[in-house]
Design a protein around this ligand. Structure first.
Ligand SMILES: *[C@@H]1O[C@H](CO)[C@@H](O)[C@H](O)[C@H]1NC(C)=O
Ligand SMILES: *[C@@H]1O[C@H](CO)[C@@H](O)[C@H](O)[C@H]1NC(C)=O
Ligand SMILES: *[C@@H]1O[C@H](CO)[C@@H](O)[C@H](O)[C@H]1NC(C)=O
Ligand SMILES: *[C@@H]1O[C@H](CO)[C@@H](O)[C@H](O)[C@H]1NC(C)=O
Ligand SMILES: *[C@@H]1O[C@H](CO)[C@@H](O)[C@H](O)[C@H]1NC(C)=O
Ligand SMILES: *[C@@H]1O[C@H](CO)[C@@H](O)[C@H](O)[C@H]1NC(C)=O
Ligand SMILES: *[C@@H]1O[C@H](CO)[C@@H](O)[C@H](O)[C@H]1NC(C)=O
Ligand SMILES: *[C@@H]1O[C@H](CO)[C@@H](O)[C@H](O)[C@H]1NC(C)=O
Ligand SMILES: *[C@@H]1O[C@H](CO)[C@@H](O)[C@H](O)[C@H]1NC(C)=O
Length: 462
Protein backbone atom coordinates (compact mmCIF):
# COMPACT_ATOMS: atom_id res chain seq x y z
CA UNK A 1 0.00 0.00 0.00
CA UNK A 2 2.64 2.46 1.12
CA UNK A 3 4.77 1.76 -1.90
CA UNK A 4 1.97 2.40 -4.40
CA UNK A 5 1.24 5.72 -2.71
CA UNK A 6 4.91 6.46 -3.07
CA UNK A 7 4.86 5.50 -6.73
CA UNK A 8 1.93 7.80 -7.28
CA UNK A 9 3.79 10.65 -5.66
CA UNK A 10 6.88 10.05 -7.74
CA UNK A 11 4.81 10.05 -10.91
CA UNK A 12 3.11 13.22 -9.83
CA UNK A 13 6.45 14.86 -9.19
CA UNK A 14 7.74 13.86 -12.60
CA UNK A 15 4.75 15.56 -14.09
CA UNK A 16 5.32 18.69 -12.08
CA UNK A 17 8.97 18.78 -13.02
CA UNK A 18 8.05 18.33 -16.65
CA UNK A 19 5.44 21.03 -16.56
CA UNK A 20 7.96 23.40 -15.05
CA UNK A 21 10.53 22.49 -17.65
CA UNK A 22 8.17 23.22 -20.50
CA UNK A 23 6.34 26.19 -19.01
CA UNK A 24 9.27 27.91 -17.33
CA UNK A 25 11.84 28.38 -20.05
CA UNK A 26 9.56 28.25 -23.04
CA UNK A 27 12.19 26.01 -24.63
CA UNK A 28 11.87 22.32 -24.11
CA UNK A 29 15.05 21.01 -22.60
CA UNK A 30 13.62 18.59 -20.15
CA UNK A 31 11.97 15.48 -21.46
CA UNK A 32 9.64 13.30 -19.51
CA UNK A 33 7.82 10.04 -19.54
CA UNK A 34 4.19 9.20 -19.61
CA UNK A 35 3.01 8.36 -16.14
CA UNK A 36 1.46 5.05 -17.14
CA UNK A 37 4.69 3.88 -18.72
CA UNK A 38 6.84 4.99 -15.79
CA UNK A 39 4.59 3.18 -13.33
CA UNK A 40 4.65 0.14 -15.58
CA UNK A 41 8.43 0.14 -15.45
CA UNK A 42 8.44 0.51 -11.65
CA UNK A 43 6.07 -2.44 -11.35
CA UNK A 44 8.09 -4.62 -13.73
CA UNK A 45 11.35 -3.85 -11.94
CA UNK A 46 9.67 -4.25 -8.55
CA UNK A 47 8.52 -7.76 -9.44
CA UNK A 48 11.99 -8.74 -10.66
CA UNK A 49 14.58 -7.16 -8.40
CA UNK A 50 15.61 -7.72 -4.83
CA UNK A 51 15.85 -4.03 -4.00
CA UNK A 52 12.42 -2.76 -2.92
CA UNK A 53 13.69 0.79 -3.31
CA UNK A 54 14.53 0.54 -6.98
CA UNK A 55 11.82 3.06 -7.95
CA UNK A 56 12.93 5.42 -5.19
CA UNK A 57 16.52 5.24 -6.40
CA UNK A 58 15.58 5.66 -10.05
CA UNK A 59 12.63 8.05 -10.18
CA UNK A 60 13.77 9.37 -13.58
CA UNK A 61 15.22 6.19 -15.12
CA UNK A 62 15.42 7.65 -18.62
CA UNK A 63 17.25 10.82 -17.68
CA UNK A 64 18.59 11.88 -14.28
CA UNK A 65 18.70 8.59 -12.43
CA UNK A 66 19.54 5.90 -14.98
CA UNK A 67 20.14 2.22 -14.31
CA UNK A 68 22.36 0.26 -16.71
CA UNK A 69 19.74 -2.40 -17.47
CA UNK A 70 17.14 0.11 -18.64
CA UNK A 71 17.41 2.01 -21.89
CA UNK A 72 15.10 4.65 -23.29
CA UNK A 73 14.59 6.46 -26.55
CA UNK A 74 12.91 9.74 -27.33
CA UNK A 75 9.60 9.32 -29.05
CA UNK A 76 8.79 11.51 -32.04
CA UNK A 77 5.04 11.35 -31.88
CA UNK A 78 4.46 14.57 -29.90
CA UNK A 79 5.90 18.07 -30.02
CA UNK A 80 7.22 17.67 -26.50
CA UNK A 81 9.86 14.97 -26.55
CA UNK A 82 8.78 12.02 -24.45
CA UNK A 83 11.04 9.20 -23.36
CA UNK A 84 9.97 5.62 -23.82
CA UNK A 85 11.49 2.54 -22.23
CA UNK A 86 12.94 0.46 -25.06
CA UNK A 87 15.11 -2.07 -23.26
CA UNK A 88 15.06 -3.99 -20.00
CA UNK A 89 18.01 -6.26 -19.36
CA UNK A 90 19.00 -8.23 -16.29
CA UNK A 91 21.94 -10.55 -16.59
CA UNK A 92 25.46 -11.47 -15.53
CA UNK A 93 26.80 -8.08 -16.58
CA UNK A 94 24.21 -6.26 -14.45
CA UNK A 95 24.17 -7.83 -11.04
CA UNK A 96 23.02 -5.15 -8.62
CA UNK A 97 20.41 -5.36 -7.47
CA UNK A 98 19.99 -9.07 -8.26
CA UNK A 99 16.70 -10.74 -9.09
CA UNK A 100 14.79 -11.66 -5.98
CA UNK A 101 14.06 -15.30 -5.24
CA UNK A 102 10.35 -14.67 -5.78
CA UNK A 103 10.97 -12.88 -9.09
CA UNK A 104 8.08 -12.84 -11.54
CA UNK A 105 7.34 -11.30 -14.92
CA UNK A 106 4.80 -8.59 -14.12
CA UNK A 107 1.77 -8.18 -16.39
CA UNK A 108 2.62 -4.48 -16.23
CA UNK A 109 5.00 -5.26 -19.06
CA UNK A 110 1.99 -4.45 -21.21
CA UNK A 111 2.31 -0.83 -20.07
CA UNK A 112 5.60 -0.65 -21.96
CA UNK A 113 4.40 -0.67 -25.56
CA UNK A 114 7.68 0.73 -26.87
CA UNK A 115 9.83 -2.03 -25.44
CA UNK A 116 12.16 -3.45 -28.12
CA UNK A 117 14.33 -5.69 -25.96
CA UNK A 118 13.44 -7.78 -22.96
CA UNK A 119 16.40 -9.78 -21.76
CA UNK A 120 16.28 -11.67 -18.46
CA UNK A 121 19.25 -13.95 -17.91
CA UNK A 122 19.76 -16.12 -14.85
CA UNK A 123 16.90 -14.37 -13.08
CA UNK A 124 14.32 -17.07 -12.31
CA UNK A 125 16.14 -19.69 -10.32
CA UNK A 126 13.72 -20.50 -7.48
CA UNK A 127 10.32 -18.97 -8.12
CA UNK A 128 8.16 -21.02 -10.45
CA UNK A 129 7.55 -18.81 -13.47
CA UNK A 130 5.66 -19.50 -16.66
CA UNK A 131 4.91 -17.41 -19.72
CA UNK A 132 1.35 -16.17 -19.52
CA UNK A 133 -0.81 -16.20 -22.64
CA UNK A 134 -1.80 -12.59 -22.14
CA UNK A 135 1.74 -11.35 -21.59
CA UNK A 136 2.50 -10.93 -25.25
CA UNK A 137 -0.83 -9.45 -26.30
CA UNK A 138 0.26 -5.96 -27.24
CA UNK A 139 4.02 -5.79 -26.97
CA UNK A 140 3.86 -4.59 -30.51
CA UNK A 141 7.40 -3.19 -30.67
CA UNK A 142 9.32 -6.12 -29.17
CA UNK A 143 12.20 -7.22 -31.39
CA UNK A 144 14.42 -9.15 -29.01
CA UNK A 145 13.08 -11.55 -26.42
CA UNK A 146 15.83 -13.22 -24.44
CA UNK A 147 14.89 -15.41 -21.50
CA UNK A 148 17.98 -17.47 -20.86
CA UNK A 149 19.41 -19.68 -18.11
CA UNK A 150 16.30 -19.49 -15.95
CA UNK A 151 15.99 -22.98 -14.43
CA UNK A 152 12.63 -22.26 -12.80
CA UNK A 153 11.03 -20.91 -15.98
CA UNK A 154 8.79 -23.79 -17.02
CA UNK A 155 5.51 -24.45 -18.79
CA UNK A 156 4.70 -24.02 -22.44
CA UNK A 157 5.63 -21.46 -25.02
CA UNK A 158 2.28 -19.65 -25.45
CA UNK A 159 0.88 -19.56 -28.96
CA UNK A 160 0.15 -15.85 -28.42
CA UNK A 161 3.88 -15.23 -28.78
CA UNK A 162 3.12 -15.36 -32.49
CA UNK A 163 1.23 -12.07 -32.11
CA UNK A 164 4.52 -10.21 -31.71
CA UNK A 165 5.20 -10.03 -35.41
CA UNK A 166 7.95 -7.44 -34.86
CA UNK A 167 10.09 -10.12 -33.20
CA UNK A 168 13.52 -10.63 -34.76
CA UNK A 169 15.40 -12.54 -32.07
CA UNK A 170 13.83 -15.20 -29.87
CA UNK A 171 16.22 -16.72 -27.37
CA UNK A 172 14.66 -19.05 -24.84
CA UNK A 173 17.64 -21.29 -24.21
CA UNK A 174 18.53 -23.11 -21.01
CA UNK A 175 15.20 -22.89 -19.26
CA UNK A 176 12.78 -25.67 -18.29
CA UNK A 177 10.19 -25.06 -20.98
CA UNK A 178 8.12 -28.06 -21.99
CA UNK A 179 5.21 -28.91 -24.25
CA UNK A 180 5.22 -28.47 -27.99
CA UNK A 181 6.47 -25.69 -30.19
CA UNK A 182 3.26 -23.81 -31.08
CA UNK A 183 2.52 -24.07 -34.78
CA UNK A 184 1.45 -20.41 -34.77
CA UNK A 185 5.14 -19.55 -34.48
CA UNK A 186 5.26 -19.68 -38.28
CA UNK A 187 3.58 -16.27 -38.33
CA UNK A 188 6.74 -14.57 -37.09
CA UNK A 189 7.84 -13.59 -40.57
CA UNK A 190 10.48 -11.14 -39.30
CA UNK A 191 12.20 -13.60 -36.99
CA UNK A 192 15.88 -13.92 -37.82
CA UNK A 193 17.17 -16.03 -34.94
CA UNK A 194 15.50 -18.62 -32.80
CA UNK A 195 17.30 -20.52 -30.07
CA UNK A 196 15.26 -22.74 -27.74
CA UNK A 197 18.08 -25.16 -27.01
CA UNK A 198 18.47 -26.91 -23.66
CA UNK A 199 14.82 -27.14 -22.67
CA UNK A 200 12.39 -30.02 -22.45
CA UNK A 201 10.31 -29.46 -25.56
CA UNK A 202 8.46 -32.48 -26.91
CA UNK A 203 6.27 -33.21 -29.91
CA UNK A 204 7.41 -32.56 -33.43
CA UNK A 205 8.84 -29.50 -35.12
CA UNK A 206 5.79 -27.92 -36.77
CA UNK A 207 5.72 -27.84 -40.56
CA UNK A 208 4.60 -24.19 -40.10
CA UNK A 209 8.20 -23.34 -39.25
CA UNK A 210 8.51 -22.92 -43.00
CA UNK A 211 6.73 -19.58 -42.54
CA UNK A 212 9.72 -18.01 -40.80
CA UNK A 213 10.87 -16.43 -44.04
CA UNK A 214 13.64 -14.29 -42.50
CA UNK A 215 15.24 -16.97 -40.37
CA UNK A 216 19.00 -17.31 -40.48
CA UNK A 217 19.68 -19.21 -37.25
CA UNK A 218 17.64 -22.12 -35.93
CA UNK A 219 18.78 -23.89 -32.77
CA UNK A 220 16.45 -26.43 -31.18
CA UNK A 221 19.18 -28.69 -29.85
CA UNK A 222 19.03 -30.55 -26.54
CA UNK A 223 15.29 -31.10 -26.27
CA UNK A 224 13.06 -34.15 -26.72
CA UNK A 225 11.68 -33.33 -30.14
CA UNK A 226 10.36 -36.23 -32.18
CA UNK A 227 9.01 -36.85 -35.64
CA UNK A 228 10.57 -35.77 -38.89
CA UNK A 229 12.69 -32.79 -39.83
CA UNK A 230 10.03 -30.66 -41.58
CA UNK A 231 10.22 -30.51 -45.34
CA UNK A 232 9.23 -26.85 -45.25
CA UNK A 233 12.63 -25.94 -43.79
CA UNK A 234 13.95 -26.14 -47.33
CA UNK A 235 12.07 -22.89 -48.05
CA UNK A 236 13.98 -20.87 -45.48
CA UNK A 237 16.44 -19.49 -47.97
CA UNK A 238 18.30 -17.26 -45.48
CA UNK A 239 19.19 -20.08 -43.11
CA UNK A 240 22.88 -20.12 -42.23
CA UNK A 241 22.79 -22.40 -39.24
CA UNK A 242 20.63 -25.36 -38.26
CA UNK A 243 21.30 -27.15 -34.99
CA UNK A 244 18.80 -29.89 -34.14
CA UNK A 245 21.28 -32.09 -32.30
CA UNK A 246 20.40 -34.17 -29.23
CA UNK A 247 16.71 -34.75 -29.93
CA UNK A 248 14.76 -37.81 -31.05
CA UNK A 249 14.15 -36.90 -34.66
CA UNK A 250 13.39 -39.73 -37.06
CA UNK A 251 13.08 -40.42 -40.73
CA UNK A 252 15.32 -39.08 -43.44
CA UNK A 253 16.85 -35.67 -43.91
CA UNK A 254 14.48 -33.88 -46.31
CA UNK A 255 16.03 -33.61 -49.75
CA UNK A 256 14.69 -30.04 -49.88
CA UNK A 257 17.34 -28.91 -47.39
CA UNK A 258 19.66 -29.04 -50.40
CA UNK A 259 18.06 -25.74 -51.47
CA UNK A 260 19.61 -23.89 -48.54
CA UNK A 261 22.28 -22.07 -50.51
CA UNK A 262 23.54 -20.07 -47.54
CA UNK A 263 23.71 -22.87 -44.99
CA UNK A 264 27.08 -22.94 -43.21
CA UNK A 265 26.35 -25.29 -40.33
CA UNK A 266 24.13 -28.37 -40.20
CA UNK A 267 24.27 -30.23 -36.90
CA UNK A 268 21.85 -33.15 -36.71
CA UNK A 269 23.97 -35.26 -34.36
CA UNK A 270 22.46 -37.63 -31.79
CA UNK A 271 19.03 -38.17 -33.25
CA UNK A 272 17.52 -41.26 -34.89
CA UNK A 273 17.83 -40.15 -38.49
CA UNK A 274 18.30 -42.85 -41.09
CA UNK A 275 19.84 -42.95 -44.52
CA UNK A 276 20.29 -42.77 -47.35
CA UNK A 277 21.17 -39.10 -47.47
CA UNK A 278 19.62 -37.66 -50.62
CA UNK A 279 22.08 -36.51 -53.25
CA UNK A 280 20.25 -33.18 -53.52
CA UNK A 281 22.08 -32.20 -50.34
CA UNK A 282 25.03 -31.66 -52.66
CA UNK A 283 23.38 -28.26 -53.16
CA UNK A 284 24.72 -27.10 -49.79
CA UNK A 285 27.61 -25.32 -51.41
CA UNK A 286 28.34 -23.00 -48.45
CA UNK A 287 28.32 -25.81 -45.90
CA UNK A 288 31.37 -25.81 -43.64
CA UNK A 289 30.14 -27.94 -40.75
CA UNK A 290 28.29 -31.20 -41.31
CA UNK A 291 27.83 -32.98 -37.99
CA UNK A 292 25.84 -36.19 -38.30
CA UNK A 293 27.35 -38.33 -35.54
CA UNK A 294 25.19 -40.68 -33.52
CA UNK A 295 22.47 -41.33 -36.11
CA UNK A 296 21.65 -44.77 -37.58
CA UNK A 297 22.36 -43.70 -41.15
CA UNK A 298 23.44 -47.28 -41.97
CA UNK A 299 24.47 -46.68 -45.59
CA UNK A 300 27.68 -45.94 -47.42
CA UNK A 301 29.33 -42.53 -47.16
CA UNK A 302 27.27 -40.32 -49.53
CA UNK A 303 29.08 -40.17 -52.85
CA UNK A 304 28.44 -36.42 -53.22
CA UNK A 305 30.34 -35.56 -50.07
CA UNK A 306 33.42 -34.67 -52.12
CA UNK A 307 31.40 -31.92 -53.83
CA UNK A 308 30.78 -29.92 -50.64
CA UNK A 309 33.90 -27.91 -51.27
CA UNK A 310 33.65 -25.60 -48.28
CA UNK A 311 33.52 -28.36 -45.66
CA UNK A 312 35.94 -27.85 -42.80
CA UNK A 313 34.44 -30.22 -40.22
CA UNK A 314 32.78 -33.48 -41.21
CA UNK A 315 31.61 -35.96 -38.61
CA UNK A 316 29.92 -39.26 -39.26
CA UNK A 317 31.01 -40.99 -36.04
CA UNK A 318 28.77 -43.83 -34.92
CA UNK A 319 26.47 -43.71 -37.94
CA UNK A 320 26.60 -47.37 -38.89
CA UNK A 321 28.32 -46.47 -42.16
CA UNK A 322 29.35 -49.35 -44.40
CA UNK A 323 31.51 -49.77 -47.46
CA UNK A 324 34.64 -47.89 -48.47
CA UNK A 325 35.96 -44.40 -47.75
CA UNK A 326 35.64 -42.56 -51.08
CA UNK A 327 38.89 -41.02 -52.27
CA UNK A 328 36.89 -37.95 -53.38
CA UNK A 329 36.98 -36.76 -49.76
CA UNK A 330 40.47 -35.57 -50.63
CA UNK A 331 38.83 -32.88 -52.82
CA UNK A 332 37.88 -31.11 -49.61
CA UNK A 333 40.97 -28.95 -49.35
CA UNK A 334 39.66 -26.93 -46.39
CA UNK A 335 38.85 -29.96 -44.27
CA UNK A 336 40.39 -29.66 -40.81
CA UNK A 337 38.57 -32.46 -38.96
CA UNK A 338 37.26 -35.73 -40.36
CA UNK A 339 35.58 -38.18 -37.99
CA UNK A 340 34.54 -41.52 -39.43
CA UNK A 341 35.16 -43.53 -36.27
CA UNK A 342 32.87 -46.18 -34.80
CA UNK A 343 31.31 -47.34 -38.07
CA UNK A 344 31.57 -50.45 -40.22
CA UNK A 345 33.67 -48.97 -43.00
CA UNK A 346 35.78 -51.51 -44.84
CA UNK A 347 38.36 -51.58 -47.58
CA UNK A 348 41.63 -49.71 -47.65
CA UNK A 349 42.22 -46.11 -46.57
CA UNK A 350 42.67 -43.92 -49.69
CA UNK A 351 46.21 -42.61 -49.71
CA UNK A 352 44.82 -39.30 -51.06
CA UNK A 353 43.63 -38.43 -47.54
CA UNK A 354 47.29 -37.88 -46.75
CA UNK A 355 47.30 -34.94 -49.18
CA UNK A 356 44.64 -32.94 -47.32
CA UNK A 357 46.58 -29.74 -46.61
CA UNK A 358 44.61 -28.46 -43.62
CA UNK A 359 43.63 -31.63 -41.84
CA UNK A 360 44.35 -31.69 -38.12
CA UNK A 361 42.16 -34.49 -36.85
CA UNK A 362 41.49 -37.77 -38.60
CA UNK A 363 39.61 -40.39 -36.65
CA UNK A 364 39.20 -43.72 -38.41
CA UNK A 365 39.10 -45.84 -35.27
CA UNK A 366 36.62 -48.66 -34.67
CA UNK A 367 35.99 -49.72 -38.27
CA UNK A 368 36.92 -52.70 -40.45
CA UNK A 369 39.59 -50.99 -42.50
CA UNK A 370 42.63 -52.92 -43.62
CA UNK A 371 45.76 -52.65 -45.73
CA UNK A 372 48.60 -50.22 -45.40
CA UNK A 373 48.26 -46.56 -44.40
CA UNK A 374 50.10 -44.88 -47.26
CA UNK A 375 50.43 -41.39 -45.81
CA UNK A 376 53.57 -39.26 -46.08
CA UNK A 377 55.72 -39.28 -42.97
CA UNK A 378 55.19 -35.58 -42.25
CA UNK A 379 51.45 -36.30 -42.22
CA UNK A 380 51.93 -38.70 -39.30
CA UNK A 381 54.11 -36.18 -37.53
CA UNK A 382 51.70 -33.29 -38.11
CA UNK A 383 48.67 -35.13 -36.79
CA UNK A 384 50.33 -36.99 -33.96
CA UNK A 385 47.71 -38.40 -31.63
CA UNK A 386 44.97 -36.77 -33.61
CA UNK A 387 45.33 -39.49 -36.15
CA UNK A 388 43.41 -42.32 -34.55
CA UNK A 389 43.27 -45.66 -36.34
CA UNK A 390 42.76 -47.92 -33.34
CA UNK A 391 40.27 -50.74 -33.55
CA UNK A 392 40.80 -51.69 -37.19
CA UNK A 393 41.98 -55.26 -37.18
CA UNK A 394 43.74 -55.30 -40.52
CA UNK A 395 45.40 -51.89 -40.72
CA UNK A 396 49.16 -51.47 -40.87
CA UNK A 397 51.40 -48.46 -41.12
CA UNK A 398 54.09 -47.66 -43.62
CA UNK A 399 57.55 -46.44 -42.59
CA UNK A 400 56.79 -46.54 -38.88
CA UNK A 401 58.86 -49.48 -37.69
CA UNK A 402 58.39 -48.54 -34.02
CA UNK A 403 54.62 -48.79 -34.44
CA UNK A 404 54.24 -52.09 -36.22
CA UNK A 405 50.96 -52.93 -34.54
CA UNK A 406 47.93 -51.39 -36.12
CA UNK A 407 45.74 -50.41 -33.22
CA UNK A 408 47.84 -47.44 -32.35
CA UNK A 409 47.46 -43.85 -31.42
CA UNK A 410 50.44 -42.23 -33.00
CA UNK A 411 53.00 -40.61 -30.74
CA UNK A 412 52.78 -36.87 -30.88
CA UNK A 413 55.56 -34.36 -30.86
CA UNK A 414 55.68 -32.13 -27.82
CA UNK A 415 53.93 -29.43 -29.78
CA UNK A 416 50.92 -31.49 -30.77
CA UNK A 417 50.59 -32.90 -27.28
CA UNK A 418 50.01 -29.47 -25.84
CA UNK A 419 47.55 -28.71 -28.63
CA UNK A 420 45.77 -31.94 -27.86
CA UNK A 421 44.99 -30.61 -24.45
CA UNK A 422 43.16 -27.63 -25.92
CA UNK A 423 41.24 -29.94 -28.20
CA UNK A 424 39.83 -31.91 -25.33
CA UNK A 425 38.47 -28.73 -23.77
CA UNK A 426 36.77 -27.57 -26.93
CA UNK A 427 35.41 -30.97 -27.92
CA UNK A 428 31.94 -30.26 -26.62
CA UNK A 429 32.02 -26.56 -27.21
CA UNK A 430 28.53 -25.30 -27.81
CA UNK A 431 28.12 -22.11 -29.80
CA UNK A 432 26.20 -19.55 -27.83
CA UNK A 433 23.76 -17.44 -29.72
CA UNK A 434 22.33 -15.26 -26.99
CA UNK A 435 24.95 -13.78 -24.73
CA UNK A 436 22.89 -10.98 -23.22
CA UNK A 437 24.82 -8.47 -25.25
CA UNK A 438 22.01 -7.59 -27.58
CA UNK A 439 21.65 -4.04 -28.63
CA UNK A 440 18.23 -3.36 -30.05
CA UNK A 441 19.56 -1.85 -33.25
CA UNK A 442 22.46 -4.15 -33.97
CA UNK A 443 20.95 -7.60 -34.12
CA UNK A 444 22.43 -8.02 -37.58
CA UNK A 445 25.88 -7.27 -36.28
CA UNK A 446 25.29 -9.47 -33.33
CA UNK A 447 24.25 -12.29 -35.56
CA UNK A 448 27.38 -12.01 -37.65
CA UNK A 449 29.45 -11.79 -34.54
CA UNK A 450 27.75 -14.86 -33.21
CA UNK A 451 28.20 -16.88 -36.35
CA UNK A 452 31.77 -15.81 -36.63
CA UNK A 453 32.63 -16.59 -33.04
CA UNK A 454 30.85 -19.92 -32.98
CA UNK A 455 32.55 -21.03 -36.15
CA UNK A 456 35.83 -19.90 -34.72
CA UNK A 457 35.10 -21.99 -31.66
CA UNK A 458 34.60 -24.99 -33.86
CA UNK A 459 37.76 -24.15 -35.77
CA UNK A 460 39.75 -24.17 -32.57
CA UNK A 461 38.67 -27.75 -32.25
CA UNK A 462 41.21 -28.67 -34.83
C1 LIG B 1 -3.01 -13.61 -30.39
O1 LIG B 1 -2.89 -14.80 -31.12
C2 LIG B 1 -3.96 -15.68 -30.97
C3 LIG B 1 -3.64 -16.93 -31.75
O2 LIG B 1 -2.35 -17.38 -31.47
C4 LIG B 1 -5.22 -15.04 -31.45
O3 LIG B 1 -6.32 -15.91 -31.29
C5 LIG B 1 -5.47 -13.76 -30.68
O4 LIG B 1 -6.57 -13.07 -31.20
C6 LIG B 1 -4.27 -12.85 -30.70
N1 LIG B 1 -4.44 -11.78 -29.74
C7 LIG B 1 -4.14 -10.53 -29.98
C8 LIG B 1 -4.34 -9.57 -28.88
O5 LIG B 1 -3.67 -10.18 -31.05
C1 LIG C 1 10.66 -33.63 -19.65
O1 LIG C 1 9.37 -33.95 -20.16
C2 LIG C 1 8.99 -35.29 -19.98
C3 LIG C 1 7.63 -35.48 -20.62
O2 LIG C 1 7.60 -34.90 -21.87
C4 LIG C 1 8.97 -35.63 -18.49
O3 LIG C 1 8.68 -36.99 -18.33
C5 LIG C 1 10.33 -35.31 -17.89
O4 LIG C 1 10.29 -35.50 -16.51
C6 LIG C 1 10.73 -33.89 -18.17
N1 LIG C 1 12.08 -33.67 -17.70
C7 LIG C 1 12.42 -32.59 -17.03
C8 LIG C 1 13.85 -32.49 -16.65
O5 LIG C 1 11.62 -31.73 -16.75
C1 LIG D 1 16.39 -32.71 -56.47
O1 LIG D 1 16.80 -31.51 -57.12
C2 LIG D 1 16.33 -31.42 -58.47
C3 LIG D 1 16.97 -30.21 -59.10
O2 LIG D 1 16.85 -29.10 -58.26
C4 LIG D 1 14.82 -31.34 -58.45
O3 LIG D 1 14.33 -31.26 -59.78
C5 LIG D 1 14.27 -32.57 -57.78
O4 LIG D 1 12.87 -32.48 -57.67
C6 LIG D 1 14.88 -32.76 -56.40
N1 LIG D 1 14.46 -34.03 -55.87
C7 LIG D 1 13.94 -34.16 -54.65
C8 LIG D 1 13.52 -35.50 -54.24
O5 LIG D 1 13.86 -33.21 -53.88
C1 LIG E 1 39.11 -22.44 -48.07
O1 LIG E 1 39.34 -21.48 -47.05
C2 LIG E 1 39.95 -20.29 -47.51
C3 LIG E 1 40.27 -19.46 -46.30
O2 LIG E 1 39.20 -19.43 -45.42
C4 LIG E 1 39.03 -19.60 -48.50
O3 LIG E 1 39.60 -18.42 -48.97
C5 LIG E 1 38.73 -20.54 -49.64
O4 LIG E 1 37.77 -19.96 -50.49
C6 LIG E 1 38.19 -21.86 -49.14
N1 LIG E 1 38.10 -22.80 -50.22
C7 LIG E 1 36.93 -23.23 -50.66
C8 LIG E 1 36.96 -24.22 -51.76
O5 LIG E 1 35.90 -22.85 -50.19
C1 LIG F 1 29.42 -46.22 -31.41
O1 LIG F 1 28.22 -46.09 -32.14
C2 LIG F 1 27.12 -46.73 -31.56
C3 LIG F 1 25.97 -46.54 -32.51
O2 LIG F 1 26.31 -46.98 -33.78
C4 LIG F 1 26.83 -46.13 -30.20
O3 LIG F 1 25.76 -46.80 -29.57
C5 LIG F 1 28.06 -46.22 -29.33
O4 LIG F 1 27.83 -45.53 -28.13
C6 LIG F 1 29.26 -45.60 -30.04
N1 LIG F 1 30.45 -45.82 -29.28
C7 LIG F 1 31.29 -44.85 -28.96
C8 LIG F 1 32.50 -45.23 -28.19
O5 LIG F 1 31.07 -43.69 -29.25
C1 LIG G 1 32.73 -54.55 -47.30
O1 LIG G 1 31.67 -55.13 -46.60
C2 LIG G 1 30.58 -55.54 -47.43
C3 LIG G 1 29.50 -56.10 -46.54
O2 LIG G 1 29.13 -55.14 -45.59
C4 LIG G 1 31.03 -56.58 -48.42
O3 LIG G 1 29.98 -56.91 -49.30
C5 LIG G 1 32.18 -56.01 -49.25
O4 LIG G 1 32.71 -57.00 -50.10
C6 LIG G 1 33.28 -55.50 -48.34
N1 LIG G 1 34.27 -54.84 -49.16
C7 LIG G 1 35.56 -54.98 -48.97
C8 LIG G 1 36.43 -54.23 -49.94
O5 LIG G 1 36.01 -55.65 -48.08
C1 LIG H 1 38.15 -41.43 -32.06
O1 LIG H 1 36.84 -41.92 -31.84
C2 LIG H 1 36.71 -42.78 -30.72
C3 LIG H 1 35.27 -43.21 -30.60
O2 LIG H 1 34.78 -43.74 -31.74
C4 LIG H 1 37.13 -42.06 -29.46
O3 LIG H 1 37.08 -42.96 -28.37
C5 LIG H 1 38.53 -41.52 -29.61
O4 LIG H 1 38.86 -40.75 -28.50
C6 LIG H 1 38.62 -40.65 -30.86
N1 LIG H 1 40.03 -40.28 -31.07
C7 LIG H 1 40.42 -39.01 -31.12
C8 LIG H 1 41.87 -38.77 -31.36
O5 LIG H 1 39.66 -38.07 -30.98
C1 LIG I 1 59.84 -33.18 -25.50
O1 LIG I 1 59.76 -33.00 -24.08
C2 LIG I 1 60.70 -33.78 -23.36
C3 LIG I 1 60.42 -33.58 -21.87
O2 LIG I 1 59.38 -32.72 -21.63
C4 LIG I 1 62.11 -33.33 -23.73
O3 LIG I 1 63.07 -34.10 -23.02
C5 LIG I 1 62.31 -33.49 -25.21
O4 LIG I 1 63.57 -32.98 -25.57
C6 LIG I 1 61.22 -32.78 -26.01
N1 LIG I 1 61.34 -33.08 -27.41
C7 LIG I 1 61.26 -32.16 -28.37
C8 LIG I 1 61.37 -32.66 -29.77
O5 LIG I 1 61.10 -30.99 -28.11
C1 LIG J 1 29.19 -6.44 -25.53
O1 LIG J 1 29.64 -6.17 -26.82
C2 LIG J 1 30.56 -5.10 -26.90
C3 LIG J 1 30.86 -4.83 -28.36
O2 LIG J 1 30.84 -6.00 -29.12
C4 LIG J 1 31.81 -5.48 -26.10
O3 LIG J 1 32.74 -4.43 -26.13
C5 LIG J 1 31.41 -5.76 -24.66
O4 LIG J 1 32.53 -6.21 -23.94
C6 LIG J 1 30.33 -6.83 -24.61
N1 LIG J 1 29.86 -7.00 -23.25
C7 LIG J 1 29.63 -8.20 -22.71
C8 LIG J 1 29.12 -8.20 -21.33
O5 LIG J 1 29.80 -9.24 -23.33
Amino acid sequence: MASSVFLFLVGFLVFLVAAEGVGGGGRVDMSVMEQEELFGLFEVMGSLLEDPNWAQMHPLPCTDTPWPGVECEVGQETETPIFHVTKIHVGPDILTPPCKSSAQISPSLLKLPYLKTLSLINCFTKSSVSLSKTLFGSLSSLENLVLESNPSLSGQIPSTLSNITSLKVLCLLQNSLNGEIPKEIGRLVNLQQIDISYNNLSGSIPEEIGGLKSLSILDLSWNSLQGMVPYSMGNLQFLEKIDLSWNRLQGRIPSDLGKLKRLVLLDLSYNSLKGPIHENLSGLQQLQYLIMEGNPINTGIPSFIGELMKLTVLSFSGCGLTGPIPSTISNLQNLTALSLDNNSLNGTVPKELGTLPNINTLNLSQNQLYGELLFPEDFFIRLGQRLDTRGNKGLSINQQPQNKKTSTRFPATNKTLSEDHQDDDSQNMKPTLCNGNLSSNTHGLHQNFWLHSSLQARDNLS
